[in-house]
Design a protein around this ligand. Structure first.
Ligand code: HEM
Ligand SMILES: *[C@@H]1O[C@H](CO)[C@@H](O)[C@H](O)[C@H]1NC(C)=O
Ligand SMILES: *[C@@H]1O[C@H](CO)[C@@H](O)[C@H](O)[C@H]1NC(C)=O
Length: 517
């Protein structure tokens, strides 16, 4: 008896604390309107996270406004926020930090010291160094590498009207290829085969969504984070695979960094890739704000963070171009006109329709449709448009308690009619050309979009991603015409990323492809 009481005590205390803070948090936001939960166990989670993608979020945003309260698992209230001022405040004020759900997942996938989970000063220092390798000037140097990779896709793409071709594997291997060339300065084949294989297994297995998974995530979020993180040491196949992956990434990372540090120390030109540049940075500055191990620790997050994200956004652009042949023809005409810089390089930034198509794809299909933050203290979130509370009071700000989990509705924000116009639900690159998009209240790093997030954890690779999409889309539309087969559809499905799937929910984007050049 006594024995079992002592055994459960370590669990009761944290659970008691969770209960206490939950009640405190709930009370503060209970007057925010929102949909009724469909069950106590799963709240509104299945409606939001399982297909059809975005259906309920659209309805609830239109019914309840730019902040609504929905229920997570076990009756725990959450907020979905799409108000631009609120999002800007949460991302930039320093009063919110990365939330346990993604924090733990990212530690498992990418290791304990990856930049997404670092905080404060440590994160700032790392990003200062890292940003230097992703400036507009630095990214422009990668253009020839990206063009070579893009030509590789064309060479492998075998035009076929029927049967339709699944474009996903080709595009994914191209984006993995450009990440490794640009970041590590080598071809995929030069990385250890074990690491490459583990990488694609991890990407495939982390892309899932089911009610069981939602429950596990939520339950994990209830545990103290140090305890939740330890569950990676459970003797299951999945946790074994994750641990092996992180070890392989570290081994591969050290091999690359040793090579590049040696070259930098001898003053040799190690190359223009990100890792070489950072190693040269370490050798040039002796203030130790960046250490070799800090570079190594980013190997997995670089591989995974930069690949499927860019690949899927490209697939969504192709889907919309296939649906709209006129748009596709106009874009092809622009690409055939191929403006050049004075040095003779293709000037992708001088192609307005290409620009607009990419922006519109990021707007309609943000591969990370939402993310989470947690309040680090009791605070207020300001709103650009007041909302009506359930007892009829106008709220121009929202009071939240320390520990409140907030969902940042990037996808929701990117569909706001007040911001993007009446046709915000339609794919229309024209909105960017007619300057109908508001330029005020800058938010996010690119085009007032939040597809790359914002604030201190803004996507480090966003400029690279944009150029990569410009280059690959130009190459493909230049040489091929895409249309959709009648017998198959391509639907977005939330699988941690917004993945293109067929009617059975399998990852697949089948196109009829004709060569035009
Ligand atoms: C269309 C392509 C891409 C999209 C939509 C995208 C989206 C995002 C988003 C939304 C975040 C922030 C998540 C959050 O705040 O919770 C993020 C962070 C990050 N992304 Fe990207 N990304 C893309 C491409 C890339 C590329 C090409 C790279 C690397 C070469 C990359 C590397 C990273 C890293 C390392 C972080 C963590 C940054 C930090 O926490 O300091 N991403 N990305
Ligand atoms: C270290 O050197 C870099 C490059 O000069 C500089 O930007 C950074 O502020 C320095 N950090 C410290 C802690 O002195
Ligand atoms: C393309 O978009 C970028 C970023 O918004 C902008 O600076 C550039 O002027 C645009 N180019 C054209 C031709 O619209």
């Amino acid at each position: 008896m006594t024995y079992s009481a002592t055994a459960i005590l370590p669990f009761l205390v944290p659970l008691g604390l969770v209960l206490f803070s939950t009640i405190r948090q709930q009370r503060s936001i209970q007057r925010i309107p929102g949909p009724p939960p469909s069950s106590w166990l799963l709240g509104n989670m299945l409606q939001l996270f399982l297909p059809p993608y975005g259906y309920y979020d659209d309805i609830w945003r239109k019914t309840y406004g730019t902040v609504y309260r929905f229920q997570g698992c076990f009756g725990r209230d959450r907020l979905m926020i799409s108000d631009p001022l609120a999002l800007q405040h949460i991302l930039n004020s320093g009063e919110f930090e990365f939330a346990p759900i993604f924090d733990t997942l990212f530690r498992w996938l990418f290791g304990e010291r990856n930049m997404a989970v670092l905080k404060g000063e440590e994160h700032r220092n790392l990003r200062t160094a890292w940003n230097a390798a992703f400036t507009a000037g630095a990214v422009r140097q990668y253009q020839p590498i990206l063009e070579k990779v893009a030509q590789g896709i064309s060479e492998k793409l075998d035009p076929s009207d029927s049967p339709a071709i699944d474009i996903c594997p080709l595009i994914s291997s191209a984006t993995v290829g450009s990440t490794t060339e640009v970041v590590f300065g080598c071809a995929v084949d030069d990385l250890g085969a074990e690491f490459v294989e583990s990488n694609s297994n991890i990407m495939a297995s982390s892309a899932s969504q089911s009610s069981a998974q939602i429950l596990i995530d939520e339950f994990g979020g209830l545990l103290p984070s140090w305890l939740f993180r330890r569950t990676i040491y459970l003797p299951t196949k999945a946790s074994q695979a994750l641990r092996t992956h992180v070890e392989l990434a570290s081994r591969e990372g050290w091999r690359l960094v040793h090579e590049k540090m040696d070259a930098a120390k001898q003053g040799l030109d190690g190359g223009d890739d990100v890792y070489s540049m950072l190693c040269e940075y370490i050798c040039a500055f002796t203030n130790k704000s960046l250490r070799p191990e800090d570079i190594v620790a980013q190997t997995s997050v670089m591989m995974i963070g930069g690949s499927d994200t860019t690949a899927y956004t490209l697939v969504w652009a192709l889907v919309e171009l296939a649906k709209n042949p006129e748009l596709q023809d106009s874009l092809r005409a622009e690409i055939h006109g191929r403006p050049r810089t004075s040095r003779g390089d293709v000037a992708y930034d001088s192609m307005p329709l290409l620009n607009a198509t990419i922006k519109e794809s990021l707007r309609m299909y943000p591969v990370r449709p939402w993310t989470y933050r947690v309040a680090t203290k009791d605070t207020f979130i300001p709103l650009s448009q007041s909302i009506l509370s359930t007892n009829g009071e106008r709220l121009s700000q929202i009071q939240v308690k320390k520990g409140q989990l907030v969902t940042l509705g990037f996808a929701s924000y990117q569909k706001l009619e007040s911001r993007w116009g009446e046709d915000s639900g339609q794919f229309n690159p024209g909105r960017w050309l007619e300057s109908r998009v508001p330029q005020s209240a800058a938010i996010g790093p690119y085009a007032n979009l939040l597809a790359f997030s914002g604030g201190s954890h803004t996507c480090v690779g966003w400029r690279l991603a944009v150029l990569e999409m410009q280059v690959i889309l130009s190459e493909l539309i230049d040489k091929f015409a895409f249309s959709l087969p009648v017998e198959e559809s391509i639907e977005p499905r939330y699988m941690t990323n917004l993945m293109p799937t067929n009617a059975d929910g399998q990852k697949r984007a089948a196109f009829c492809v004709k060569r035009v050049l």
